[in-house]
Design a protein around this ligand. Structure first.
Ligand SMILES: [Ca+2]
Ligand SMILES: [Ca+2]
Length: 288
């Protein structure tokens, strides 16, 4: 006599909103859960009303314990719960419910930020929850404040300090910086190159002892740099005032900024793509 063999499906215990990295897509929530021994797969139900799931709104996955639900509306709280299934059918009950917004995204806009400045930027994107924070992968850029634009979830007003604001402080390294928006539930969105640090070219004239050269890049700078040339940040001789590009080394890259502007006087305009801020034409007639 054949016997009906029934697979037992156990309740799923835990799921959590994921902070898995990867390509950020608009309108996605990633989550993970504990596996169920007899499951052939899982259905992730989602709804904008707590505890009210319907039989259409789910995605189905196989024997995995994580998934990403796509095509969600921005700035909307979703509730999610998981059921396991196998040949015998679905779990009777849902897992614990979790809730959250879709993963935040950071827009492609590149913000130019200069060494030695304090500024406020508008960071655009999506799904910035109230209380969202900002992180950057440059230890010499400090986030001073993060304020949501009133009533909006796509704009943050971010106050930041890009060192050095004073002598003796290591400069923020020039180049691309990754910026992340981290929601209070720790789900984050990031953008490589969202910030671009540019040089504070006023620092090229680092000699302070000789008043006659203060407005000019000249041999005095070379003499001073020679005393610390070739050292890195771990060396006691390292002086951040000479590390112009902020990479932790006083080397040929820093020297090149001095040499390529030799004899120039300060124009009053800081570094741009086409102008270093130092020009022989800006010197008094007797110095040209
Ligand atoms: Ca000088
Ligand atoms: Ca350097």
């Amino acid at each position: 006599m054949p016997s009906m063999k029934r697979s037992r499906i156990l309740a799923i215990i835990v799921i959590a909103l994921g902070t898995m990295t990867g390509v950020a897509q608009a309108g996605t929530i990633s989550l993970q859960w504990d596996s169920v021994a007899s499951a052939d797969g899982y259905r992730i139900y989602y709804s904008t009303t707590s505890g009210q799931f319907n039989s259409q709104d789910y995605i189905q996955v196989g024997r995995t314990t994580q998934a990403t639900v796509p095509n969600l509306q921005d700035c909307t709280t979703y509730y999610l719960a998981v059921k396991a299934f196998n040949a015998a059918g679905e779990s009777q009950t849902y897992s614990d419910e979790i809730s959250g917004w879709a993963r935040p995204t950071v827009a492609t806009t590149v913000h130019s930020v200069r060494q030695g400045s304090q500024l406020e930027l508008e960071i655009q994107g999506s799904n910035f929850m109230p209380g969202a924070d900002i992180e950057v992968d440059n230890p010499n850029i400090f986030i001073d404040s993060v304020v949501a634009s009133p009533g909006r979830c796509d704009t943050l007003i971010v106050g930041m300090t890009v060192e050095p604001l004073a002598d003796g402080v290591r400069a923020a390294e020039i180049g691309s910086v990754q910026l992340s928006v981290v929601n209070p539930d720790l789900v984050f969105g990031e953008r490589n190159g969202a910030l671009q640090v540019t040089l504070d070219s006023a620092r090229f004239n680092f000699n302070r002892s000789d008043q006659t050269t203060l407005n000019r890049v000249d041999g005095k700078e070379l003499v001073w740099m020679a005393g610390v040339f070739g050292v890195s940040e771990s060396n006691a001789l390292y002086d951040p005032d000479y590390d112009l590009d902020g990479d932790g080394y006083i080397d040929g890259a820093d020297l090149s900024y001095v040499v390529s502007n030799m004899g120039g006087c300060w124009t009053g305009t800081n570094w741009t793509a086409s102008d270093s801020g130092w020009s022989i034409g800006a010197c008094a007639a007797e110095l040209r």
